[in-house]
Design a protein around this ligand. Sequence first.
Ligand SMILES: Cc1cc2nc3c(=O)[nH]c(=O)nc-3n(C[C@H](O)[C@H](O)[C@H](O)COP(=O)(O)O)c2cc1C
Length: 177
Amino acid sequence: MLNILAISGSLRAASTNSALIAALARNAPPGCRVSVYDGLGCLPIFDPDDEGERTPLEASELIDAVTRADGVIVSCPEYAHGVPGGLKNGLDWLVSRDAAVAKPAMLVHASPRSLFARAALAEIMRTMSFALCEGNMLEIVLLGKKQPEVESILAEPANRLAMRDALNAFADFIRAR
Ligand SMILES: Cc1cc2nc3c(=O)[nH]c(=O)nc-3n(C[C@H](O)[C@H](O)[C@H](O)COP(=O)(O)O)c2cc1C
């Protein structure tokens, strides 16, 4: 059983990226378990002076969750052509250790825009030595949609199939490494 950790880069209660992550967890194919990390909003701001023995509990929990995971999935909005600070802060806690090194990762998208953030996040994660699964792109357009339309889009058979296909492709990528 592959254990995949899914992270939304949005802290918004009605986040479309978080809805996509939750739908991936519900639609995981046999052999994959997707668990959602929702602690980004509780992480202290990264400070290199707070590493080692001083690492805050919240950061240790994120580091341990990434270390234990067989792979990481990120769905992230774009803010002012960049990666949201909360997600970048979470990633910064992972830089000076082994958690991200060679860890399979996949980006998924809830917006058809966000092209600057997609490129920046891919560059950041490659620089951190994540093994980015590049060929397999899942995009389900939820931009500007509100509940209950978000859930009805995510429940469409074609979108459920696309989520399962993306997870199966990511599982193959993980197993091939
Ligand atoms: C402060 C702010 C800045 C934004 N800047 C951009 C941007 O530069 N480019 C873009 O495509 N969308 C931008 N957006 C739109 C969000 O990326 C978009 O609404 C996203 O789908 C929201 O994700 P969420 O529903 O998970 O919170 C911005 C939204 C906010 C709140």
